[in-house]
Structures are given as structure tokens and as C-alpha cells.
Design a protein around this ligand. Structure first.
Ligand SMILES: CC(=O)[C@@H](O)[C@H](O)COP(=O)(O)O
Ligand SMILES: NCC(=O)COP(=O)(O)O
Length: 237
């Protein structure tokens, strides 16, 4: 069984573009869970361009499934996560000015740093996951940090899949086999969508969770537009 955690960053992007509270992030998070999703993911960035730190504090009032907070463990992020105490924290080594996450951790170079950060979160009963590329030695390095899980960075898979190359899954299968061997739980995410998610799931042994945001929100617009346009036409009769 693979859990779906919906990343709601893009709902906050849309809300922030007008300065008001439409769409209402808490309402959307509540609906997503009512519709069956098993988790809510957010990735507050230091510039708060989408999720604000206050959103992270407000969401526990409605999130009754798994609450996953992703981000680079700079001091303000660590303080926030330790205050909010989500189900899971996913550590992502993204630069402050990155448009989106664009690489996994070098778990060998940053081992000592990761060991300390992970120990602090685990001491506070927060499950830990670290974002990694599908490279065997990075998975083995992840196991040395004490993390509970890894999140496989799926951008490369998604981009190969879009080109029609299903072999893009191969490094992920190898990485998953290593993770299984060293007893790390496996999550995955980034650019997963309605086209490529099933094939990924079918091929990755013991995939515990996927977090999906950008495509899922875009697909919700595509699939919901006809209904809403028809509803407006009714109003205008
Ligand atoms: C780690 C990861 O892949 C996601 O958190 C993704 O980076 C979403 O963040 P943005 O919505 O800011 O692109
Ligand atoms: N961890 C990945 C995530 O939360 C969503 O990534 P994306 O679907 O927005 O690319």
C-alpha cells in the first residue's frame, strides 16, 4: 500500500497572488483528506512565496492524516518543525533562490550534519526522511545518518518517462533494492503525475508514500474546468 500525500504549495501560490484568502488553504487541506488522500505535504520556503510559516502552524487544526513538512533544515525551519511536530519531516538541500527542489543530499559529504539534525527531530518523535537521488552510495550514506526513510527525487524519472523512455525507472529500482536491504523506508516525489505514477509504483518494491503537488493541482484544474464553466453558464441564463 502506497500512501498519497498531497502537496498544497500551489494552493498557497494562488492564494498569495491576490492577497486575500481564496483559495482557503485549510479548507482545501480538509477537502483533500475527505476525498481520500492519506497525507498533506507542505514545503515552506524561506521567502514564504507559497506556504507561510503561519500556514504550517495553522494546518494541524485540520490535518488528521499524515502531516509532512519538507525543507532545508536551516535554523528557522528547524524551529518551526520542532514547534509544529508534524508526523514527518523531509529534509531537502535546496538553495534559498531555487525555483523548486533540484537535487538530493550528498549523504556522504553532509553525514555529520544530517546525523545531528535527524537525531534532534527523532528525539522529538518526528519521523525523518531525506531527499536523495537514486544513487546506491547515497542511499547507503542515508542509512548511516539514522534517518527512518528516504524520499527518492523523481524528476529524472518523470522527464525520461515523458520522452517515452521507461528505462528511466532502472536507477530507482536499484536504489529501492539498496534501501530495502539497509532497512530504510521509501518515499518518492517530484513531478509525479497521472501518467507516470502507476508505472513508478508498480516497479518500486515497498514504496510507502508519494507526495504530489504541482501536477495534481494542474490536473485538478484541467479536470474541473468543464464543470465550473457549465455552472457559470447556468448562472448567466
Ligand atoms: C521536495 C520536492 O520535490 C517538493 O517539495 C517540491 O520541491 C515542491 O516544492 P515547490 O512547490 O516549491 O516546487
Ligand atoms: N516531495 C515532492 C512533493 O511534495 C511534490 O512535488 P511536485 O509534485 O510539486 O513536483
Amino acid at each position: 500500500m502506497t500512501k498519497l500525500s498531497v502537496n498544497i504549495n500551489k494552493i498557497a501560490t494562488l492564494r498569495n497572488s491576490r492577497g486575500g484568502n481564496v483559495p482557503n488553504l485549510l479548507h482545501v487541506a480538509k477537502d483533500i483528506q475527505d476525498f481520500g488522500a492519506e497525507g498533506i505535504t507542505i514545503h515552506p520556503r524561506p521567502d514564504e512565496r507559497h506556504i507561510r510559516y503561519q500556514d504550517a502552524r495553522d494546518l494541524p487544526s485540520v490535518v488528521h492524516t499524515e502531516y509532512n513538512i519538507e525543507g532545508n533544515p536551516i535554523k528557522s525551519f528547524m524551529d518551526l518543525v520542532l514547534e509544529v511536530k508534524p508526523t514527518q519531516v523531509t529534509l531537502v538541500p535546496d538553495a534559498e533562490d531555487a525555483i523548486t527542489s533540484n537535487a538530493g543530499w550528498d549523504t556522504i559529504k553532509y553525514k555529520d550534519f544530517l546525523v545531528d539534525v535527524i537525531a534532534e527531530f527523532k528525539a522529538n518523535n518526528i519521523r525523518t526522511s531525506i531527499f536523495v537521488d537514486p544513487i546506491s552510495k547515497m542511499i547507503e550514506g542515508a542509512a548511516e545518518t539514522g534517518t527512518d526513510r528516504i524520499e527518492l527525487y523523481t524528476e529524472a524519472y518523470a522527464s525520461e518517462f515523458e520522452k517515452g523512455n521507461k528505462d528511466g525507472i532502472k536507477p530507482y529500482i536499484e536504489a529501492a533494492l539498496v534501501a530495502n536491504k539497509v532497512d530504510l523506508g521509501i518515499n518518492a516525489g517530484h513531478d509525479l503525475n497521472l501518467e507516470n505514477t502507476a508505472y513508478f509504483k508498480q516497479n518500486i518494491p515497498n514504496l510507502l508514500e508519494v507526495s504530489i503537488g504541482h501536477a495534481l493541482i494542474a490536473e485538478s484544474l484541467y479536470l474541473g474546468l468543464e464543470n465550473v464553466v457549465q455552472m457559470y453558464l447556468q448562472k448567466l441564463k
